[in-house]
Design a binder for this molecule. Sequence first.
Ligand code: ADP
Ligand code: MG
Length: 404
Amino acid sequence: MSFSNLDLDPRIESLIYVNLELETPTPIQIRAIPRVIKGENIIGLAPTGSGKTFAYLFPIFNWALHAKIHHNDPSVLILVPTRELVKQLEDILSDTAKLIELYYVGIATGKNVNRMKRALKGMVDIVVATPGRLIVALEEGDINLDNISILVIDEIDRLLDMGFQGEIIQILEFLPNRNKYQTLMFGATLPRNVEQLAKTIQSDVKVVDVGRSVMPKGIFHEVYECDEGKKLNTLVKILKLPEIETVLIFTSSHNSARITSRNLESQGLELEEIHGGLTQRQRNIAIQNFKNGDVSVMVSTDLSSRGIDIDDISHIISFEVPREFDDYLHRAGRTARADKEGKSILLVAEKELNNLRGIEKRLGYTILRKQKFEPKAIKKPSKRYPKQTGKRTRSKRRTKERRR
Ligand code: ADP
Ligand code: MG
């Protein structure tokens, strides 16, 4: 199968082969692109790192070449869960959209408001936005969605996880009648609430499923069992392994991301961090430095990393074990992108064994233990003190009652 079989305009093929230097389409691209070109409403399901972005961008570019676009108001709206994803799409569009003579604007918190307003007044075809900030722009009259022809909801499962259902429905109110636009939704999973919302948005939505929620084959998982207090030492030990090239370390809260970052720095390690406690500018710089390879270690929370595409990460380390399999999938999915290989390491304290079991159940096997819990010294019953009896407890309670 090649891109040439997908009914794309020769100008798009040239963009693919010459500018992006891609050779063959990924499974979701093969399945989704022809259906998007036909004008169908779809929900595309495929694992992380499987090329969903181009699965909608290429047919959108293709459409734009033939549509009569007047550039005054956006005709394509792309909703994504996080501002990092807005930035990532802007980066992709900055390499590609101008070749099709398309203009794009990113809308997210943390961006220069005046510049954003100015950009929206100028030529604009594609708007990439987080739902929350888009609603502000709509309420302030900065943007008009009357001419939208294609609506993309990327990472729709994550958007709903993050509680954006209300905002999405609110945004739909600003769009023309739903038979005026095509809807393309993408995700890695299809929980019931996503399916229901998809059907509310477009009743004739077709599911294009190329194996959702499946751990990419090229990822090798390892577990380091360690007491809570020894996690940092274990992490430092792992980071010193010769096999380590680039590492993304995940924590489950931004507090933990901060503390872990400071602790690692105090051990002399250079790193970047992205979490909710930083400004957007700080996060962008961090991602850029990590992407450029200036720094090879980055600490992140699940939210900050969602959907971010960073190539060639050799190792993912979960400093805490996520409760949900899908979160683990998204973490581990940062490595082994586009058919490469990678390793995902979990640091597991005793209280997290339950979460680990949940992950192993979904993987279908027990993950290799590279380090096991230190065997507990067996406590002998002490002979010096007599065993406590119920009598003592009772007398204690009596004393308390008397005091009242
Ligand atoms: P997803 O949204 O499914 O998580 P992305 O769209 O972010 O995945 O793509 C993951 C990576 O794969 C990106 O670096 C992208 O450039 C690359 N990629 C996309 N399509 C192809 C392809 N056909 N061949 C090779 N690499 C691709
Ligand atoms: Mg994506």
